[in-house]
Every structure is written in C-alpha cells, then in structure tokens.
Design a protein around this ligand. Structure first.
Ligand SMILES: *Cc1c(COP(=O)(O)O)cnc(C)c1O
Length: 232
C-alpha cells in the first residue's frame, strides 16, 4: 500500500496527462479529494501533501472532521452526498460548495440558511444523465427550469453541473458518452442564463477521470486513488 503523497502524485500526473491530450491547461482541472469514511488523520496527511479541497458525503461525519481539522488554514469543504431538507442548514453554514442539488426546494433552503457573512454557496446541479431510475439528479428535460429557479437565489452561486454516469456508460459506443452530453447541457444552460457564473463541470472519479477531462471536467472527484480502498 502506497502512502497518500505517492498516490496523490500519481493522480496529479494522470490529470496533467489527460489535460495535455485534451489540449487543456492542467490548472483548469481542480482536484477534489473525496474523503468519506476516512478518519481525520488521513485528511491531515493529504493536506500536508498539498490537498486543499475535500469532498464529503455524510454530514455528521463531515462536521466532526471539520472540527478536528480546524487548525488547518485554507481548506475548502464540498458536500457531494444526497441532501435531505434536515441537512440544509448545516451544509449552508459549514461548506463552500454543494455538488448534489437536484430540487428547487433544497436550493431555496440553502439560500435562506446561508449566513450573509459568508460568500454565496457554490452549487452544482446534479444531472441524472443516463436516466437511471434509482439515481439522484435532475433529468435533462427538467434541468433548465430548475436552473432558472436556482439562478434567482441571491445567496447561491450557480456554478455548473455534476454527474455520475451509469456504470459502463462511458464505454457504450452506441450513444454519445455521458460526460460529453453533460458538457453539452452546460453549454446550453449558459445560453439560457448568461448572467450566471456557469464555469464548472464536476465529473470524473478514480476510474474515469481521463474521459471526464477529455469532455471538459473542471473538478474531478477522487477518493479511492488517493486514500485507497474504502473499508466501510
Ligand atoms: C465516493 C464518491 C466519489 C469518489 O469515488 P472513487 O471511485 O472512490 O474515486 C466521487 N463522487 C461521489 C459523488 C462519490 O460519492
């Protein structure tokens, strides 16, 4: 088992290589270290190796780690798990980003509960790009209406789209890949909402960061390939 700094160097090199092949600047792809189920000391190790953005899926666990790591300057916390109504206040108060918003009601609560002393909460709308029945996310058919509603909220910055493709969708040659279709949806949305800062495509995980970057990902969410296999 390699140490976090070696794994991180390997992921960073993969990002740089994928960006180069896509004719993109590697600095246009931000690394979000997905630290769900990892104890605080593992995040501290990643921080010492240079990581500043951490993605968490479970609110209670995230709040505990934020507390334990409050001596570290400059961490940016991203919430990437499903958001129920009873979690919005803590997310609005303790995170810089939420990637998994798929309903207007949730966005409105985050807006109302965002402390005005903080910058607007950065939000990505999660898109169920392959129309999977059991998966969270707004459908493409409903995306524009949702985005128009979210764009009105003063304490929210609508930054872009997040997606998790269906298993094997990226390898399915019979329909254009899920990442490319998400990128096309963002482009459409920019035309509909020219005043929103729509600059973000949150897509790509350990197994598929390369095709995501080829399609324009600006945030890749990497867990396993930084921290190792999750035990829980
Ligand atoms: C767990 C998780 C990831 C990271 O997945 P890995 O395959 O471990 O890199 C990324 N995004 C979301 C939404 C996750 O829940």
């Amino acid at each position: 088992m390699h140490k976090i700094d070696e794994k991180l160097a390997n992921v960073t090199a993969r990002i740089a290589h994928a960006a180069k092949i896509a004719n993109r600047n590697a600095a246009s792809v931000a690394l979000l270290a997905v630290s769900k189920t990892q104890p605080a000391h593992r995040l501290r190790e990643a921080y010492q190796a240079g990581v500043r953005r951490f993605g968490e899926n479970y609110l209670q666990e995230a709040l505990e780690k934020q507390n334990e790591l409050n001596d570290l300057d400059g961490i940016e916390w991203h919430f990437i798990g499903p958001i129920q109504s009873n979690k919005t206040r803590a997310i609005a108060e303790h995170f810089s980003w939420a990637h998994s918003v798929d309903r207007l009601k949730i966005a409105q609560r985050l807006n109302d509960q965002r402390p005005t002393t903080l910058e607007p909460l950065n939000i990505c709308l999660q898109v169920n790009i392959d129309n999977e029945p059991s998966k969270s996310g707004v459908t493409l058919a409903e995306l524009t209406t949702l985005a128009e509603g979210v764009a009105q909220l003063p304490n929210i910055a609508l930054r872009g789209l997040m997606t998790i493709p269906a298993p094997n969708a990226a390898a399915n040659e019979h329909h254009p890949n899920s990442f490319a279709r998400t990128a096309a949806a963002l482009k459409q949305l920019k035309l509909a909402l020219p005043c929103s800062p729509l600059d973000t495509l949150s897509m790509g995980m350990s197994a598929d960061l390369e095709p995501a970057i080829a399609s324009g990902a600006t945030i890749v969410r990497i867990g396993t390939d930084i921290f190792g296999t999750r035990l829980t």
